[in-house]
Design a protein around this ligand. Structure first.
Ligand code: FA5
Length: 344
């Protein structure tokens, strides 16, 4: 082994990392190495000497390459062991609490949390919680609610129709009000119930609207129920859910299934009433429709309107969450961005 090969072999053996080895390899075997320079000098030798020296250089290169490969293997193994050692967690001293707090826990979606909070407020007032189907016949979604076919009020609800081959028209419910009909059919009054659920409308999503959203319907049917009971219930709810500082108001409204009807509004929490994009510059945001059950609805389900009276309301659950948590654009509720969802 010549000096040239010995020096190169020593340098390869001394390389302390894969990166350093790569540099040494280039210096010892690359185009600018002493070995390459020696190759270039072969041309000056006579043929016999050139053959012998050429073979010696070739053998030296082969040995050095083998050495470099062996060293590379050693270094990669050592580096891998080091990395594994660094990354290994010592779990022997970790308590269950520490593990729990280190884990990112999942959580309920804001809309689900809100639905539960609204239910809790009404359960505390003596309401029971009921449910109803999301696909309804035209009769439940409209007709029994005093909205006959071709009634102009149908344009209040842009409807998705289902083609299921039934003789009757079937729709994705546009509101939770059809569950009022189911509840009144299910048994005689009194009824004190809230019904949360998903609703569908052919609407383009915007800051305050989604095509799939949630409502919490309320229905009270009893003897001697008045508009005062409705107003008191709404007031108790808004104070319990939003706190005493929120301003709410009832405005006259129109629904075919309630008479008189009203809309529940709160001061827009985004602009505090000054007017912004979220409230379409009005300073107010509508949370619900409500009113006294229209006698025509009682008649559709065989309840005597002379004996019973009642009120109903339908709050937008997503809208309540939006105002309570000051969310300028409701569309974030459907985007599933964990950075947003983690805030609640
Ligand atoms: C109704 O749907 C009536 N069924 C409410 C009602 C029930 C009136 C009982 C009288 C008696 P309206 O279309 O206004 O009404 O919707 C009620 C609430 O649902 C709105 O105030 C709003 O908070 C919410 N809402 C309506 N459409 C959407 C939508 N596209 N996206 C999000 N929330 C909506």
């Amino acid at each position: 082994m010549g000096r040239l090969e010995r020096d190169a072999a020593d340098a390869l053996a001394a390389a302390a990392s894969s990166a350093e080895l790569a540099e040494v390899e280039t210096a010892a075997l690359g185009k600018r190495s002493a070995l390459a320079a020696a190759h270039r000098h072969l041309a000056a030798l006579d043929p016999d000497a050139r053959r012998a020296a050429g073979k010696a250089l070739h053998d030296a290169r082969t040995r050095l390459e083998a050495l470099a490969a062996a060293r590379a293997e050693e270094l990669v193994a050592a580096e891998r062991a080091l990395m594994l050692g660094r990354d290994r967690l010592d779990l022997t001293e970790v308590t269950a609490d520490e593990i729990r707090s280190a884990m990112t826990r999942g959580r309920l979606h804001l809309v689900t949390q809100t639905r539960r909070e609204l239910e809790d407020v009404f359960v505390a007032m003596g309401f029971t919680v009921a449910e109803g189907p999301e696909a309804e016949t035209d009769w439940y979604n409209f007709e029994a609610l005093n909205i006959p076919p071709a009634h102009p009020a149908r344009s209040m609800w842009d409807t998705f129709y289902l083609e299921l081959g039934q003789p009757e028209t079937v729709v994705l419910r546009t509101h939770t009000s059809p569950v009022q009909i189911h509840l009144m059919e299910d048994g005689p009054p009194p009824v004190h119930a809230v019904i949360p659920g998903r609703c569908y409308r052919r609407e383009t999503a915007d800051a305050r609207h989604l095509p799939v959203f949630h409502q919490l319907e309320g229905l009270v049917v009893d003897r001697g129920i008045t508009f005062g009971d409705l107003a008191g219930t709404i007031e108790t709810f808004t104070t319990a859910y939003f706190g005493p500082d929120i301003h709410s108001r009832l405005r006259p409204g129109y629904f075919p299934f309630t008479e008189p009807s009203a809309e529940v509004e709160v001061t827009c929490t985004i602009c505090r009433g000054a007017g912004c994009r979220t409230c379409s510059s009005t300073g107010w945001v509508e949370l619900a429709g409500c009113g006294m059950v229209d006698p025509a609805v009682f008649e559709a389900v065989g309840i005597d309107p002379e004996e019973w009276s009642g009120f109903a309301f339908g709050f937008g659950i997503d809208r309540c969450a939006q105002m309570r948590h000051v969310i300028a654009d409701m569309r974030v509720l459907t985007e599933n961005d964990v950075r947003f969802l983690r805030l609640f």
